[in-house]
Design a protein around this ligand. Structure first.
Ligand code: ADP
Ligand code: MG
Length: 574
């Protein structure tokens, strides 16, 4: 009876791949092995792009970045037990960042459960803490509706991670095609708006502000609220401050951007409007001494539970940032108002910006060798293509880099984020490059790494070379974590005993030639010590569109950031 449509069989792997395709999933990152190899093959056959990585953690970071960049979750595919455990770092990071992500883990055979099966582990329970939704479908037939629910959950409400467990015996199980009902693609997230009375109250608080400030978070970037927020800033002539990944929602070089006077702006504002930014450690909890004790916060967020965290807000606007911003704009269209551009507040901010900018320019102009952070970043900034994607991590490398490297476009910066995760850089860069290949061919990804940060997932350079991705990696190398020591001192130290006894725990091998990791796989590698070498290697790397590059930039091992008003700023992400 072969050939009869009703007898046609399909594997669990094929059902899973088709269910993902039906939910418009476009990208899958992972590492194959028992029992998930067939799933990757089936997905690729349906046109889902599969990117094979070298560690599940980096694969999971990559999949989550796709979610943030495109608004549709990427999939991270991992094997059972240790494969899934490696991916937990990526799930945690995605969930903390409020980014959509689907993790699919193979798991041991159901009939061997509790018997000590190969890589047996309580995976659904393990993922619960790192996700919004964690489940094993009860049968192959249940896979399509579970996938639809996972994709929907990952993007509805506050976005986050979802986990789906696929037992090994599902993967090759053959079921009758007619027993599978694929579910239509879930609808885009419903748009919610704030209460009208709250919007009116917010507009009136803003109108009465003496020292107003808008803070633009990565929630605003994710919500694609750039047009409305820019209108509000320009129409009402308000100063704004982006959070690290809020950079670019409005260009960093916009005249109303007060990033260079960040501490001052936070400390003396009397009304602060939060567009998708939580009052967590990045914003110093919204509390004194970093803020006025009686500052009025207006919080805009899609997550009701977020409203009122750490402060008692003056107004809460529960809803989608894009539509709430439009509601605010309607108020200012009805009764036009603008904040006086010649106010004392604007003058204070402008003065502080000028002096801060002058201080970093002075550091940047220092001719001494080895170079300092500011010198390096000023030279990088000079050559950065306007539309490039900037990925950044590392302690000082990220903190100082953020103040110098400019973003002109929304969703063009990826960094250690809410969780302060080191090791995200290469995974993020790979995701950004894969998305760029489809959406914006020719776009470059610049990945600015500290030497320590690079080490967490350095072998992903092989992945970058295998897919020949348009990435320029900069390793800002100070021989250590926060700081290191120079080669001579290192050698001197070893005369007195073993490195495990004597080397400061922050130290990494001095003068490490990280660029050879790139040349090992056929990319361009540069070792640079002077500003001229840096300029030249950057020019060559950006000009070569046929290959990825890595520039290993040696800097002063004790190089630090400029003096701060608040000493604990040096420990913070902003
Ligand atoms: P940042 O790190 O830039 O300060 P956070 O990650 O702390 O940003 O905050 C982002 C906030 O944005 C989260 O509280 C999240 O709930 C919210 N958010 C995400 N998407 C939307 C949206 N479409 N509308 C409103 N709020 C959103
Ligand atoms: Mg370092």
């Amino acid at each position: 009876n072969f050939g009869d449509a009703s007898e046609e069989q399909v594997s669990g792997a094929a059902v899973l791949a088709r269910a993902l395709k039906a939910q418009d999933v476009k990208y899958m990152f992972g590492i194959v092995g028992i029992p998930v190899t067939e799933i990757a093959i089936a997905a690729q056959q349906l046109g889902i792009r599969y990117v094979g990585m070298r560690n599940e953690q980096a694969a999971c970071y990559a999949a989550s970045a796709v979610g943030y960049l495109t608004g549709r979750p990427g999939v991270c595919l991992v094997v059972s037990g240790p494969g899934l455990v490696h991916a937990l770092g990526g799930m945690a990071n995605a969930n903390m960042n409020c980014w959509p992500l689907i993790v699919i883990g193979g798991s041991s055979e159901r009939c061997q459960e509790t018997m000590g099966a190969f890589q047996e582990f309580p995976q659904v329970e393990a993922c619960r803490l790192y996700s919004k939704f964690s489940v094993r479908p009860s049968s192959v037939e249940a896979i399509p509706s579970i996938i639809e629910k996972a994709v929907r959950s990952s993007i509805y409400g506050r976005p986050g991670a979802c986990y789906i467990d696929i037992p090994a015996d599902f993967v090759n199980l053959q079921v009758n095609v007619n027993s599978i009902k694929y579910v239509e693609c879930c609808m885009p997230p419903p748009i919610s708006m704030a209460e009208t009375s709250a919007v009116q109250m917010a507009a009136s608080v803003i109108r009465n502000a003496k020292q107003p400030l808008l803070i633009i978070g990565k929630g605003a970037a994710y919500a694609h609220a750039e047009e409305g927020i820019r209108k509000l800033v320009e129409q009402c002539k308000l100063p704004f401050l982006p959070t690290p990944m809020g950079k670019g929602v409005i260009p960093d070089n916009h005249p109303n951007c007060v990033a260079a006077a960040r501490s001052r702006a936070l400390q003396f504002a009397d009304v602060i409007v939060l567009f998708g930014a939580r009052l967590n450690w990045i914003l110093h909890f919204g509390l004194p001494p970093r803020y006025q004790p009686d500052v009025k916060f207006i919080q805009i967020d899609i997550c009701a539970e977020e409203l009122g965290n750490n402060v008692r807000p003056a107004v809460t606007l529960l809803g989608d940032i894009n539509s709430v911003t439009k509601q605010l704009l309607e108020q200012f269209d009805k009764t036009p108002w603008q904040y006086p551009p010649e106010s004392k507040w604007w003058n204070t901010l402008r003065e502080k910006m000028k002096s801060n900018e002058a201080a970093s320019k002075e550091l940047a102009s220092k001719k001494s060798l080895p170079m300092n952070y500011y010198t390096v970043f000023y030279h990088v900034q000079e050559q950065l293509p306007r539309d490039c994607m900037v990925v950044s991590e590392g302690a000082n490398t990220m903190d100082i880099g953020r103040t110098v490297l400019q973003n002109y476009l929304p969703r063009h910066r990826l960094d250690a984020g809410t969780f302060g995760t080191m090791g995200v850089g290469l995974g993020f860069a790979i995701a950004a490059a894969i998305v760029a290949k489809d959406r914006n061919p020719g776009q470059r990804v610049i990945c600015v790494e500290g030497d320590s940060a690079f080490g967490f997932s350095g072998m992903e350079v092989e992945t970058i070379c295998r897919y020949n991705l348009p990435i320029v990696l900069l390793v800002v190398n100070n021989n250590g974590i926060y700081q290191g020591i120079d080669t001579d001192s290192w050698k001197e130290m070893l005369k007195f005993g073993d490195a495990t006894a004597l080397a400061p725990p922050m130290c990494l091998l001095p003068n490490a030639h990280y660029e050879q990791v790139m040349t090992a796989f056929g990319g361009n590698g540069y070792f640079v010590q002077t500003r001229e070498e840096l300029q030249e290697s950057l020019r060559k790397s950006l000009a070569d569109t046929t290959k990825p590059s890595l520039i290993n930039i040696m800097i002063e091992p004790q190089s630090m950031r400029k003096a701060q008003d608040f000493h604990w700023l040096t420990r913070s992400n902003m």
